[in-house]
Design a protein around this ligand. Structure first.
Ligand code: SF4
Length: 180
């Protein structure tokens, strides 16, 4: 076995130290093809863990934990390739602890799967400062609040927005709600 001087830091460890602040990642616990979350789209929805929002009455409190597998761009590519031709949209559900990584993953999805539309289900009331909305076609905002109900209730506080290429937004929340 190769012996190293106690005073020499191996290159791999030096890299690890240098880049430790850039090692942020998001993890996913599951994914599914869904039809209702984004109107008129067949959506690959990827459920991210580590949610920092902690809504009272959360439907999935297990997603508060740091569980699942890293959602790398490589993994994203595999998922997009698996459903190529079947899906029209990819949606990251959560990821509020690491919005810059959400942005990078959705940017990657657009490059990798030509024509795919992108969506983010965030629990925040507004997009984080510095987030580039041009990577999105859809953005859901707002925490779950029991007294107002989920997106399919007319009383909901949550909003689903269509983000247009020129940066303008259209509120399409009503498209998720049953008429009558
Ligand atoms: S944002 Fe979603 S996952 Fe996070 S606490 Fe609220 S309802 Fe639960």
């Amino acid at each position: 076995m190769e012996r190293r001087s106690r005073h020499t830091t191996p290159r791999s460890i030096r890299l690890c130290i240098t880049h430790r602040h850039h090692k942020k990642k998001v993890k996913y616990v599951s994914y599914d093809i869904v039809f209702r979350e984004i109107p008129d789209e067949v959506t690959l929805a990827i459920n991210l863990s580590g949610c920092p929002i902690h809504c009272k009455g959360c439907h999935s409190p297990h997603l508060w934990q740091d569980i699942g597998d890293p959602l790398t761009t490589d993994r994203m590519a595999v998922l997009l390739d698996e459903y190529r031709g079947l899906i029209t949209c990819v949606c990251l559900m959560g990821g509020d602890a690491e919005p810059q990584i959400v942005q990078q993953l959705l940017q990657f999805a657009r490059r990798h799967a030509d024509g795919i539309r992108t969506a983010w289900y965030s629990g925040r009331n507004e997009a984080p400062a510095g987030f580039d909305l041009s990577v999105l076609d859809y953005l859901k905002l707002g925490p779950y609040m029991e007294q107002y109900g989920p997106l399919d209730k007319p009383t909901t506080n949550q909003r689903l927005l269509r983000i247009h290429p020129d940066g303008t937004r259209t509120d399409i929340t009503h498209r998720l709600q049953k008429k009558g």
